[in-house]
Write a protein that binds this ligand. Structure first.
Ligand SMILES: C[S@@+](CC[C@H](N)C(=O)[O-])C[C@H]1O[C@@H](n2cnc3c(N)ncnc32)[C@H](O)[C@@H]1O
Length: 247
């Protein structure tokens, strides 16, 4: 095979999965690194309010201590920023002081724990189809029984299901912050987001969407209403999107 042919094969091998919009492992031998897509997004526009908020969040994230989530996280990956989003999520708590933050996708609990780390966060509802005790998402759960109480509860439900969604629509409209970190399987977010967006929030609401540059998420992200801002360079390497909603 000529060098030119082999190059062509390599390019095609990378593009083919992309056209099928599957999640693909990326080049590093590490957990959940994957190929993402980088291309201009002419439909996106941020408002002054969202740009100001983003600048405030970047400054506040730098103040979040590099201590593996106060010792709760298993390794220094959780301190990585930019690259990971955990310190940014604590900063969102510090800056917005949400009475209620909703964390969609509990998994091993680290996004819920990083919100709770901010003393300014009132309470967190974390939602998953899997109960936290049996979660096994690249490791055992980081949650403990005593994390649950007035500041944290878990709801076990399938938010992609219209009836299940309706049962939680009020709480989702009440939230000041919603973190959307589901499976990105090309199904869940595509079903959940239209239900979620059909119901306006009760007050200003910041929606943080993970993995917006992962191939299963690109189209969905680009179809979201403005004001929105791709904050990936100051968030998770696989894409961090901010959407600001008003009543
Ligand atoms: C990427 S993980 C969440 C990671 C977590 N937010 C963190 O930062 O540690 C995605 C989670 O979405 C959950 N999930 C999958 N389908 C779901 C559904 N239909 N409704 C709610 N959660 C779902 C999975 O069980 C998994 O725990």
């Amino acid at each position: 095979v000529s060098l030119k042919e082999s190059f062509k094969e390599q390019v095609l091998a990378r593009l083919m999965p992309a056209t099928r919009l599957e999640r693909q492992p990326g080049p590093l031998p590490e957990f959940l690194n994957e190929w993402t897509l980088l291309a201009e997004d002419r439909g996106a526009s941020a408002s002054d309010e969202l740009l100001d908020l983003a600048a405030e969040l970047i400054a506040a994230t730098r103040q979040v201590p590099l201590d593996r989530m106060g010792g709760r996280a298993p390794d220094a990956t959780f301190d990585l920023w930019p690259g990971e989003h955990y310190r940014l999520l604590t900063a969102i708590g510090d800056v917005l002081a949400p009475s209620l933050a909703i964390d969609i996708g509990t998994a091993t609990g680290y996004s819920a724990l990083t919100f709770l780390r901010s003393p300014k966060v009132g309470r967190v509802t974390t939602i998953d189809i899997v109960p936290w005790r049996s979660a096994d998402f690249g490791g055992p759960t980081g949650l403990r029984d005593d994390d649950f109480g007035p500041r944290l509860r878990q709801v076990v439900t399938d938010l992609a299901d219209a009836t299940a969604f309706a049962a939680h629509a009020d709480e989702l409209a009440e939230a000041d912050v919603v973190f959307v970190d589901g499976p990105k399987d090309g199904i869940f977010e595509q079903r959940f987001m239209p239900h979620f967006l059909a119901r306006p929030p009760r007050q200003r609401q910041l929606v943080v969407i993970d993995d917006i540059r992962v191939l299963t998420m690109v189209k969905l992200w680009r179809q979201l209403p403005n004001p929105r801002l791709d904050l990936t360079s100051f968030g998770h390497f696989s894409g961090t999107g901010l959407l600001l909603r008003s009543p």
